[in-house]
Design a protein around this ligand. Structure first.
Ligand SMILES: C[S@@+](CC[C@H](N)C(=O)[O-])C[C@H]1O[C@@H](n2cnc3c(N)ncnc32)[C@H](O)[C@@H]1O
Length: 312
């Protein structure tokens, strides 16, 4: 499967895939262009010219507003009559897929297999309701955050209580640092409030979060990275890392993801550098922090969250 940056698609590029549909449930040709915002380097679905794609397969996201936005963008990009296959686990939006596609004017064949609903359809000549679904799922300034955000991004319309606890516990940091899994950039403002901070790398695997963070933070000390923080960008010798590590991958709880973030923070810090992190109380991060770091201290605990400071 090819991945690409922002560019126009040519003839042979005109099959797109969103996410990772099960290979047993849909056929995706080897040259299909990936358009999921959660896969760094993927093409941008929103940039694809209207009525230009020959076919698309979508592994639909779980959030209703986000999913309807993706379906509307897919129908906008497909040529009239071009096939659209959409699938989702039954309990994560799959049960609603057929109705959602019908509301856009699609005739749908809805099949159940392996706990998923799979909907086969074609792009109608004149789909209905695309503009409204695209407007409902588009980036916007969210009052409760005072920040740009978008449905589908982590805690997109309200600050996460764990993030707020970490902000309340953070000291004035200094030197060069990074925020692994930065989201729309809520941690960046308090970090950058200290003029002693020389540079901050903001890293997230979600393109929408990075695009929102770019709008939210206008500071020459910041670099933005749409990448998997477990491996990229190349960083070393940092003075500090801040993070509210992810604990879900593809909708399922995944403790190993947060543990990988802890290991990566250790790898990119200088000797004596510190990581500040917040985690749900039930997540087993102490077991990873203690053998790696010279000092580990619990700095705050409230509302089911714990904040740790760990020094290399
Ligand atoms: C718990 S949220 C924290 C977001 C933000 N720091 C905050 O406090 O509001 C974790 C973030 O990690 C991102 N993420 C998940 N897996 C990632 C990965 N492998 N590399 C980089 N970011 C990732 C998610 O997109 C999400 O924005």
């Amino acid at each position: 499967m090819r991945r690409s940056g922002r560019f126009g698609l040519n003839q042979q590029d005109s099959f797109c895939v969103y996410g990772a549909p099960s290979v047993e449930l849909a056929t995706v040709p080897a040259g299909a262009v990936q358009v999921s915002p959660l896969i760094p380097g993927a093409a941008v679905l929103e940039d694809i010219a209207p009525a230009s794609l020959s076919a698309m397969v979508v592994a639909a996201p779980p959030g209703t507003v986000e999913r309807r936005y993706v379906l509307a963008q897919a129908l906008r990009a497909l040529k009239p009559g071009a096939p659209l296959t959409v699938m989702a686990p039954k309990e994560k939006g799959g049960a609603r897929l057929a109705k959602e596609l019908q509301a856009f004017g699609c005739a749908v064949e809805d099949i159940g297999r392996r706990h998923q609903r799979i909907c086969h359809s074609v792009r109608p000549e004149a789909p209905t309701g695309l503009d409204a679904a695209i407007a409902a799922g588009a980036p916007r300034l969210v009052e409760a955050l005072g920040q740009w955000s978008q449905p589908g991004v982590f805690s997109w319309d309200r600050p996460d209580p764990g993030t707020l606890l970490l902000i309340s516990a953070l000291p004035a940091l200094s030197g060069r640092g990074a925020d692994l899994g930065c989201g729309v950039g809520l941690l960046a403002a308090p970090v950058l409030a200290n003029p002693q901070v020389a540079h901050l790398d903001l890293i997230d695997i979600d393109r929408r979060a990075i695009e929102a963070a770019r709008r939210n933070i206008d500071d020459p000390r910041v670099a933005f990275h749409w990448s998997d923080a477990r491996s990229a960008p190349a960083l070393e010798g940092l003075d500090f890392v801040v993070m509210n590590p992810p604990f879900h991958d593809g909708g399922a709880e995944d403790k190993t993801l947060g543990q990988a973030f802890v290991r990566r923070s250790h790898q990119i810090l200088r000797k004596g550098g510190t990581v500040w992190l917040v985690a749900n109380r039930h997540l087993p991060y102490e077991g990873v922090l203690t053998p790696l770091f010279a000092k580990v201290a619990l700095k705050a605990e409230a509302g089911g969250f714990k904040v740790y400071e760990a020094q290399t």
